[in-house]
Design a binder for this molecule. Sequence first.
Ligand code: NAI
Length: 695
Amino acid sequence: MSADYAVHGSIAVISLNNPPVNGLGLATRSAAIEGIRRAEQDPAIKAIVLTGAGKAFSGGADIKEFNSSKALTEPTLHSLIRAVEGCAKPIVAAIHAVAMGGGLELALGCHYRVALPGAQIALPEVKLGLLPGAGGTQRLPRVLGLEMALNMIVSGTPVLSEKLAGTAIFDKLLPAGADLVAEACAFAEGIADLRPLPKVRDRKVDYPDHEAFLQFSRNTVKAVAGPFPAPLECVETVAASVTMEFEAGLKFERERFLHLMQTTECKSLRHAFISERAASKIPDVAPDTPVRAIRKAAVIGAGTMGGGIAMNFANAGIPVVLLETKQEALDKGLATIRKNYENTLKKGKLTQEKFDQRVALVTGTLEYGAIADADIVIEAVFEDMGVKETVFRKLDEVMKPGAILASNTSTLDLDKIAAFTSRPQDVVGTHFFSPANVMKLLEIVRGKATGKDVLATTMALSKKLKKTGVVSGVCDGFIGNRMIEQYFRQAGFLLEEGATPEQVDQAIEKFGFPMGPFRMSDLAGNDIGWYIRKRRYVEKPEVVYSKTADLLCEMGRFGQKTSAGWYDYKEGDRKAYPSAVVNEMIVKHSADIGVARRPIGDQEIVERLVYALVNEGALILEEGIALRASDIDMVYLTGYGFPLYRGGPMFYADTVGLFNVLGAVERFAKGRHGEAWKPAPLLVRLAAEGKGFNS
Ligand code: NAI
């Protein structure tokens, strides 16, 4: 059973009981209906209290059911709400902590509602590309009024119960700390004999000149909804609460809900939601693996990454010590951190008190002795194995036993780094993305000796730092950068064959990336890629790159920092202006290597860039570097700006159909630099089986 039944005098108390938030899965719905029937049939029962056991009233539908037929299996949420509303005895919803989505819709089906203050009230379906599909769009406006209900449904933002005082949503708001069930039972006793039973459906939504308001809402929502259809559909269904009879409105809501469920945008958002949760599960690490306490952190290197990483700890309230070799570098790093916090303070996004706390949590040192007692140390020094070796040997010498020794390396072999220490089980990769205090992604690199408790601790830490932690095995570039290299290689080849940087950028930006490869390189610094390629020319001479990026660097065009890269930049302006000299260099290079330039369409550009990611992703998956296809999607959604409404590269490939993706890969394999397009065996196999990466 996932709802409990108890009797308090003449009141039956049905408690939804499906931890953690009483999701309304099939078993819970069935048990709730069962409870209602039982109470209806018992002549000693005069009224019913419907509440949630544990931490919440109800967090709503169980979205895992959306991908199966379970959500549509009787009793559906609709049937449960009908049973509640149609019950011959009054039902009082007793709400605490969370009444969201289907949970709130269920409460709105009850005859009365009492609530504790501090409860989060929301219809957040829009965040999953949906609209409330169990009457929420028709009932909420009937208790809150058109404007407030529309705002809540279009934004999905939770509102605290006490903020809704004075509306018809609650019949009674209890004082903080009240005994919810006892108070709800007392309330139920008081109304038990009143007839007719009040129903939200019988109320009317009054709004003078509602058409003008709705038109205004359509215009505003259209302007901000981007590629997502759900916000506008929310407006249309809420409009039906004014313009249609209740049952017709419900039917309309149902139709629009089912339509949205089938859209790629909605499927992508649901995929991202489920994938984020899946990523935190590591199959061979038990969920109850004991984690090490992280009370003090240290970061080695106060450069671009070190400073941002330190801010993450300070933001989470963990004291952090930055270690540098020279006072000047240390001062510079600390000053940058302070400046970042000052900017946030100025923008009003940080209180003075929080500013003071955070700044005080970051200190600096030149001495290893000052960090020896840290629970975790993250190395963020130059990307050079020799420098990393010196640092890790020193850390091994000074750090207390049990400290986690982490490296922020983006390309180097973590197992080699671990071997510089006598405690490889304590070594892990924590690959932050730049700017480290902003970007959500944290690739957690698992070396061959990394201890399970170290992995579990790092995963828990990523949550504490509000990051999306994704585990990667050891390989050159890990998940994200190994894939992006193929994307950049294709971008380079496209230039040689006839495209311009702006054409490539525009095509992929139209696809939904916030920034194309060339604008991105200009932002990050073209010299970084140059440095990595120079190493690759020695280590992997068989891998071919377009020489255009090297020629660009030889011209001293490192990107925004030199006001010249793939594009020209003006002083104090980040806008990218197409560069005649760069375009000339590219055309000349094509001639030098004997390639006849041809017109290249947007479709080819998008396919070559995105399928290059997908094919490499398939190799990464097959090699076990990524645990699941959805982990790769999370890396790309949270670290590389892959458009959310397309669900990540692997999910996107599934929506295109792997048969079609493979067809394109095979076509490219017959073209120039076909060696870059050897189809990944996993792609070939899944395409032949008619399957997807995520299914
Ligand atoms: P950076 O050059 O900005 O900073 C490195 C800092 O380390 C400098 O302040 C330097 O003084 C200090 N340093 C050098 N040797 C040291 C030593 N022996 N002891 C203490 N401090 C030392 O470099 P950045 O960009 O911060 O990169 C650091 C690491 O993070 C590299 O491994 C890099 O591959 C990785 N990474 C960089 C990203 C980026 O976008 N910049 C993204 C993700 C990872």
